[in-house]
Write a protein that binds this ligand. Structure first.
Ligand code: MG
Length: 163
C-alpha cells in the first residue's frame, strides 16, 4: 500500500469503497465491467502525482480543522461545513480534470447523490470531512472517466490538432 492509500485509509476510505462507486457509475454503460477493473482504475488515478498532491492538501486541512489548528475565520467555516465555502469542490476538480470533461458530469452527480462512502463521510460526527467527501467524489469520477475513455493505458487529452 503506498503513501496516499494509507492516508485515505487512516481517514476511513478504502480503494474498495471508491471502486464500488466507480462500478455503480459505469455498470449501466458497460455490461462486462468487473470490480477488478474499477479497483485498478482507482489505483491508476492515485498514481498521478497531481492527484496525490490534491489529496494530501485536502486531507491535511480536514485534520488541522479537527485539531482546531486553523486560523479564523477558516476554523469556524470548516467546523460548520459552510455550504458557500466551495473550496472543497474546487480542489476536488483538480482530480476530476485529470481525465478531461467526462469526469465533470460524474462529479456533479456524485456531489448531489452522495452514494456509499461519500454519504458516510458527510454524516456529522466529531470528525471533519469538509474536503474528503468531495475528494472521494472527484477520485471516483476520474476513475470512472478513465474507464469510459475505453483506453485505460493511453488516456489522451482532447486538445485541438496543431495546424
Ligand atoms: Mg465538502
Amino acid at each position: 500500500m503506498n503513501g496516499i492509500e494509507k492516508w485515505l485509509e487512516k481517514r476511513g476510505v478504502t480503494i474498495e469503497d471508491v471502486a464500488e462507486i466507480v462500478y455503480n457509475l459505469q455498470r449501466p454503460y458497460n455490461a462486462d465491467l468487473q470490480m477488478d477493473e474499477c479497483r485498478d482504475s482507482v489505483r491508476a488515478v492515485l498514481e498521478k502525482r497531481e492527484v496525490q498532491y490534491v489529496l494530501y492538501t485536502g486531507i491535511a486541512l480536514d485534520e488541522l480543522a479537527e485539531r482546531r489548528l486553523l486560523p479564523e475565520p477558516l476554523q469556524a467555516i470548516m467546523e460548520k461545513d459552510e455550504s458557500l465555502y466551495g473550496v472543497d469542490e474546487t480542489l476536488a476538480l483538480g482530480i476530476t480534470n485529470v481525465y478531461g470533461m467526462i469526469g465533470l458530469t460524474s462529479f456533479g452527480y456524485l456531489d448531489k447523490m452522495k452514494p456509499g462512502i461519500i454519504r458516510q463521510l458527510n454524516l456529522k460526527g466529531e470528525k471533519i470531512h469538509v474536503f474528503l467527501d468531495d475528494l472521494v467524489a472527484g477520485l471516483a469520477a476520474a476513475a470512472s472517466a478513465r474507464i469510459a475513455h475505453g483506453d485505460p493505458k493511453a488516456i489522451r487529452y482532447h486538445l485541438p490538432e496543431s495546424p
